[in-house]
Design a protein around this ligand. Structure first.
Ligand code: TRP
Length: 330
């Protein structure tokens, strides 16, 4: 790997299989980044524990599913380092050391702290681990000297905090030991679930990358298209139709134009359009599904891939820890 390339790092919490929203919002961007940068992508299982500590079974199961999802869409372990957070113990050591220098007030001010406590009010999130989540995230990033962290806008305050912790560390120990990261905002195209709400596991409205053709068809056919169009003879309004949004992401230019014209002229009905979309999505998902199935049939190979990623990640993390311990006179 060319060491002059900038380092990109990002992580995902393993709380279930990945869906089309993840594909368009995150993975497509990662696929581009892996061609240009020295990328580290990891499964943030310790992060998942901060909210799922009472039901950790889902974490173990999703680790495998997510790795299969990553590989099946084209993340390439020869280009990117793919690893599991809990397999590189340096994350915990660095979190501990950074926690010594992180003022409580900084953590209490992170917006997601209060927001998630309210949103997930069925879980007790008044824990040390949950408050310290952004310190762990800082450790994740700086262990690999990452300069670029692709994230959604909800995560930007975490990266800002990471930058502050890095500055405080470097200034306290009078050395440029840690690298300040920058968030890279991923433009996330609008992708609604068939019920017109944001695609999310908690709404049970996801088109999973691993769904069978039948499941995809059933879900797409259930979609609420254009509420203003009651009968097939009424002209449609593509700009408020979620299936048209799917066309924008999955169809060629010509099809998009044709559907727009035919929908506005009531020359194509919603059911027909949905059937066409189910086909388009199934054609897109077919190779992904095939690859995924093949991968899951060879658990040993998956295991080897992740072991190799863990090893490469550990190599870099261990070097950073040498510098950190020495700066802190340990
Ligand atoms: N906090 C991120 C999320 O909830 C996941 C994450 C953990 C992460 N560590 C990270 C993302 C480091 C980027 C960099 O989605």
């Amino acid at each position: 790997m060319n060491s002059k390339k900038k380092v990109v790092l990002s992580g995902m919490r393993p709380t279930g299989k990945l869906h089309l929203g993840h594909y368009h919002g995150v993975l497509r961007n990662w696929l581009k980044l892996q061609e240009e940068y020295d990328c580290f992508f990891f499964i943030a299982d310790w992060h998942a524990l901060t909210t799922e500590y009472a039901t950790p079974e889902v974490i173990r199961e999703s680790r495998r599913e997510i790795l299969a999802d990553w590989l099946s869409v084209g993340l390439d372990p020869r280009k990117s380092t793919l690893f599991i957070q809990s397999s590189v113990k340096e994350h915990a050591e660095l979190q501990l050391l950074l926690s010594m220098i992180t003022p409580l007030g900084w953590l209490e001010r992170v917006p997601s702290y209060k927001e998630m406590q309210q949103e997930l009010s069925n879980k007790d999130l008044s824990t040390h681990g949950f408050l310290g989540y952004p310190v762990l995230q800082t450790a994740d990033i700086v262990l690999y000297n990452a300069e670029i962290v692709p994230v959604g806008s909800d995560q930007v305050p975490h990266i800002e905090l990471a930058r502050e912790i890095v500055r405080r560390f470097n200034s306290l120990y009078k050395q440029q030991v840690l690298v300040e990261p920058q968030p890279l905002l991923t433009p996330a195209p609008k992708l609604l679930g068939p019920d017109r709400r944001k695609m999310s596991k908690s709404y049970d409205n996801c088109l999973f990358l691993s769904d069978s053709p039948k499941e995809i068809e059933k879900k797409v056919l259930s979609a609420i298209t254009d509420p203003a169009r009651q009968r097939k003879e009424d002209p449609g309004h593509p700009d408020i139709c979620l299936i048209f949004d799917y066309h924008k992401l999955h169809s060629d230019r010509e099809t998009i134009e044709r559907v727009r014209r035919d929908c506005c002229a009531a020359a194509i009905g919603c059911v027909e359009d949905k059937k066409m979309m189910a086909n388009i999505l199934n054609n897109f998902l077919d190779p992904i599904r095939k690859k995924r199935e093949e991968l899951l049939k060879r658990p040993k190979d998956l295991e080897d891939i992740i072991q190799e990623g863990n090893r490469r990640a550990h190599e870099v993390a261990a070097q950073t820890m040498e510098r950190v311990r020495s700066a802190m006179k340990l």
